[in-house]
Ligand binder design. Sequence first.
Ligand code: NAD
Length: 420
Amino acid sequence: MIAKDSKRAPSPFEEVNQRLEEAREISGVPKEAMELLENPYREIRVEIPIYSHGHLSVYTGYRIQHNAARGPYKGGIRYHPHVDLDEVRALASLMTWKTALVNIPFGGAKGGVACDPHAMSEEELFELTNTFFTRIAMILGPNRDVPAPDMGTNAKVMGWAMAAYGRINGHTPAIVTGKPLELGGSVGREDATGKGVVIVTEQWAKASALSLEGTRVVIQGFGNVGSFAALNFAQKGARVIAVNDVKGGVKNDKGLNIPNLMEHVKATGSVVGFEGSDPLEGDEILYQECEFLVPAALGGVITGENASKIKAQVIVEAANHPVTPDGEDILVKNGVVMIPDLIANAGGVTVSYFEWAQNIQQFAWKEARIDDELHAILGKAFAQVLDYAKKYQCTYRQASFAIALDRVYRASKARGYIRV
Ligand code: NAD
């Protein structure tokens, strides 16, 4: 069991367990089962030595396998300076509940390396990826643990990762998802998470007899998830009025031209300085008046300290764990609707599942099939969340965790790991 220090503020992993405890009370999963369900199955930490310009730098990497009762471990690899053991544990646990909620045959895992990929050359990133994956290869496998991209990694990194694993085990496309198309990646994977954010938001709007047309959307983070969420919101007729990234933000009350902004980011590396926009500084992005606020960067950005300043009507959690439990208490009291990460950003892992299935079948699906299946899986899962929340008079987050917890509990019981 991972010990808890009650004198300090809860860590991200403890916050996820707080949410599981609420879900346990609603779902009726026995208390005795929780130690097994909350804690990771296996944690691995590796040192990654890289030589650059004759100097040795040693990075630390993690892979945490949280739960595989329902299928192989599944979860992204993050390259970011703030990566640490506790956060990776929290993210690994979230993956267990996300895959269970959308009912795809995977468990949960996460990995990461504490590094700043933007300050590294392509050669250094290749070395880092190659050594990291070589050192964790023994716990991976298409039926064991299947990584994917996350913050700071992308299709190119997954291609290198597949090659590193392949040098030891032979050609194995199903070892990672989010790969380049040339290596067996899937059409529709790159934009899947951002598209899923909008599928779920539109479903919420329809269930509330509303439309996305003309609504104001604000997005924190304009990377893979944030940019494709923005594009999909714009395609639905919503006005994306403000976005930012690590370098700064931009605003235009009439709505930013998202395809042009994506081109600007490609050319300059940031949203800053986009023609026809006003600049936004620091955290101002979070406090804009809007219908939908979409955090799509880091975790823990809305907390007990700043939640009362939020002016959005709905928060759609495209990032993982962007709102802390004490922040959420204030938002719920203020009537802000929360569409939780477990469902809001599950589009990525869902299309990762399609990619894995295509690799195993050695048969490529057409884009229309990917799109239909994505809508079907997210639509069914979110409809279950909406019904559960109504039936048990709870938040969407509590409903999401409760449905997922019950599924993982039942799978663990069926395997004989849990007898209560
Ligand atoms: P990414 O690296 O492509 O983009 C991250 C973006 O956030 C960049 O624009 C970066 O500049 C910005 N950013 C970083 N720090 C910031 C800060 N302090 N303030 C404002 N912006 C900041 O990462 P991504 O893949 O888009 O992932 C974003 C979030 O979505 C993460 O929380 C990740 O766990 C989650 N997520 C990603 C996927 C996926 O398929 N990529 C799936 C599910 C969830």
